[in-house]
Design a protein around this ligand. Structure first.
Ligand code: SF4
Length: 403
């Protein structure tokens, strides 16, 4: 199975419980970004365009565990940046697994073979390896030759060691459906447990702005791929209704609070993709964010988004409301021939706001304010027999060590 049966049961019962107790908004997957630093610079990435002082920030082990305690989601995805650059990552993962959370550790796999022995196989733990297609497609996507081969070697080694492994495949404009279908065949043959796929979000800071898909192209592309997959045993880690949405069959509205993000800045508003502000606590995020300002039809920056960050939780909640519908899609696969569901109107969306520079300035000021004042120089006069230990500097208030 793409997802262990116990995980499916736990998530299902968690969602049903939220509905029964009448909770309006709740997290399904906690997204953790303990660092922004990466060892790649992908063309479609909008996460790493920060000054070095910000890239050197790390969430501590305790901050990661506290974020879990605040949110209480059954599933946690640890992303970045590249999480394997974080020295305390094994401790973070051990701490989350000890709480019986289902943890996905997202990685580009460049360090996976080297660091694999720091982790233990567990039904609560899965590597989630970034692979945007076959060798040519993926190496072009990450702007470096040889990355696909290293990732595949690491996937095979991880499977041989008994780890669960899924792949995370972001799709861009120009992708060929037949090649995508062949790639899905290829990763299934490698023995991966599941595929997670979505169109790339048009990050305003991504170096390549020319290859993001609009909604119409996304739906057509996924329809074409899923048509080629009929009768094949591709395993997806995502809800069948989310796949049905990608294929243009559901008019879902975004529920960004279903996958809240905690990173080195705080709790990001409104979602994993868009950083329009930060809350100090999970409670503040949930209660004070103007959720109706976001989502396709509400905000210009959300116009083309069909990413799981906003829409997979909608699909999961729909499954609770319409269990017969998910059963049908799970059995027969996403619809690929009938007319698509009507698109959400963009007529009343509010215009984009550009806040990146202001946020960087604020964060740089905060980092400068946290830096310990330099200890005054003390002249040590050596006297015979005296203990001449040098005076100690005050410990920094927060670890900012680069690895
Ligand atoms: S549509 Fe939802 S998930 Fe997508 S960018 Fe907007 S708020 Fe985020």
């Amino acid at each position: 199975m793409a997802v262990p049966i116990m995980q499916a049961v736990r998530v299902g019962s968690y969602v049903v419980k939220q509905h029964i107790t009448g909770r309006k908004r709740y997290p399904l997957v906690l997204m953790l970004e303990p660092l922004f630093r990466c060892n790649l610079a992908c063309a479609g990435c909008g996460k790493i365009d920060y000054p070095a002082a910000i890239l050197n920030q790390r969430m501590t082990v305790q901050e990661c565990l506290d974020a879990d305690a605040e949110a209480g989601a059954p599933v946690i995805a640890v992303a970045g940046g590249e999480p394997l650059l974080h020295k305390e990552m094994p401790e973070i993962i051990r701490g989350l697994i000890a709480r019986k959370k289902y943890v996905y550790l997202c990685t580009n796999a460049l360090l996976l073979e080297k660091k694999m022995d720091d982790y233990e196989p567990s039904p609560f733990f899965s590597w989630d390896v970034h692979l945007d297609g076959d060798k040519t497609m993926h190496d072009a996507s990450v702007c470096q030759d040889g990355v696909y081969e290293r990732a595949v070697a690491a996937i095979k080694k991880a499977k041989a060691r008994g780890f669960r492994v899924s792949i995370n495949c972001t799709v861009f404009d120009g992708a060929d459906p037949q090649r995508m279908a062949n790639f899905f065949d290829e990763v299934m043959a490698m023995g991966v447990d599941g595929i997670m796929t979505a169109p790339g979000y048009a990050y305003e800071r991504a170096p390549d702005q020319a290859h993001f898909l609009n909604r119409q192209k996304t739906k057509q592309l996924f329809r074409d791929v899923f048509r080629l997959g009929k009768g094949k045993k591709w395993r997806f880690t995502q809800s069948p209704l989310f796949l049905n949405f990608l294929a243009g069959n559901e008019q879902y509205h975004c529920t960004p609070w279903g996958k809240p993000l905690r990173n080195v800045f705080g709790w990001q508003r409104p979602c994993y993709l868009l950083g329009e502000g930060y809350a100090k606590s999970f409670r503040e995020l949930m209660e004070d964010t103007k959720w109706d300002d976001y989502g396709t039809g509400n905000y210009e920056k959300c116009a083309d988004c069909m990413v799981h960050s906003g829409y997979e939780s909608t699909a999961v909640m729909d499954a609770v409301r319409r269990p017969w519908h998910i059963a049908k899609v799970a059995l027969f696969g996403p619809e690929t021939e009938k007319p698509m569901a009507p698109e959400i109107s963009l007529a009343n969306q509010r215009p984009a706001q550009y806040v990146f520079s202001k946020q960087v300035e604020e964060q740089m000021d905060a980092i400068a304010a946290r830096k310990p004042a330099k200890a005054p120089r003390v002249k040590v006069v050596r006297t015979e027999g005296a203990n001449d230990e040098a005076p100690k500097a005050a410990a920094p208030a927060e670890s900012t060590a680069a690895d």
